[in-house]
Write a protein that binds this ligand. Sequence first.
Ligand SMILES: [Zn+2]
Length: 255
Amino acid sequence: MSSADVLHRLVGMTQALASPVEDLVILAEGNTSAAVGEGAFWVKASGCSMVGIQPSQFVLLDRDALCAAISGPTLNDGEARALLNGSRVDPECPEVPSTEALMHAWLLSLPGVGYVGHTHPTPLLGLLCVESARRWAGERLFPDEVVCCGPRSCFVDYVAPGFPLAVAIATAVTTFREDVGIVPKTLWLANHGLIALGATPEEVLSASRMTVKAARARVAALAAGEPVRALTAAEIDFIYRWPDEHFRQQRLFGR
Ligand SMILES: [Zn+2]
């Protein structure tokens, strides 16, 4: 797929995520990205609103230099900004990349990940401000949450945005892959928001929307005042490995 085609799909995904009915972002919240081949990626420009975003508000960056920086010495804000601006494929580009481009670079290097959507969904954000959020990230309440969001979410403790967040995400996802054996579809960032990963824009949209639905379901279940029954590990595993579900995932996500 050409760089222009990837950008076209990324713009559509970003506008869909930003729709007010989704309640995922307001103002300049959130950012999105998409891989172009092996070594480059498009990412939202700094300070832009995702609502009505245009192709000119994305920046094409060189991925390898940013990925390498995450495993290197700690960068302060000024050093991280210089690295981000210097990694633009077109140095004359009038836009500068989002501060979160570092985490996007690393996430897009994971197998099977072509698109990344980072949002601050209100129903999930409320749950992410509760001490039990880490435990809830490992639970699933209903089958479609397993299908769209994966068998569990990768939980990331709160750190400041920018370079510290990119390092914390790399560490948490690496541990998740060792423990669970797969790349997560969704990451829950404590006191912050959601990251959805997908091979296609449809996969990112489905994971984001279903995360919001699951968060609303959990709030409703908690409000009932009775103990919440989450799916058991065996029930989750059955859904995750069920051949019919794989067929459904292909239909849903265009994989
Ligand atoms: Zn954020």
